[in-house]
Write a protein that binds this ligand. Structure first.
Ligand SMILES: [Zn+2]
Length: 64
């Protein structure tokens, strides 16, 4: 599989200076804004897994 260097990970707008910054960049090259490391979707996934684990535990210890 050929990797195209022009096909990047997309862009996101810098909240500091409204510049389009590559999504794989952690810092804005213009104003130096540091993007938060943790992705909110990943945090939500952890919550979903935690709730599922609790449900599983509840089901395992359910009497009968
Ligand atoms: Zn910026």
């Amino acid at each position: 599989m050929k990797i195209d260097p022009h096909r990047d990970f997309g862009c996101r707008e810098c909240p500091g200076c409204a510049t389009e910054v590559a999504a794989n960049e952690n810092h804005c090259p213009i104003c130096g804004y540091a993007f938060p490391h943790e992705h909110p979707v990943r945090r939500r996934t952890i919550w979903v897994i935690a709730v599922l684990m609790l449900l599983l535990l509840w089901w395992m210890f359910l009497p009968g």
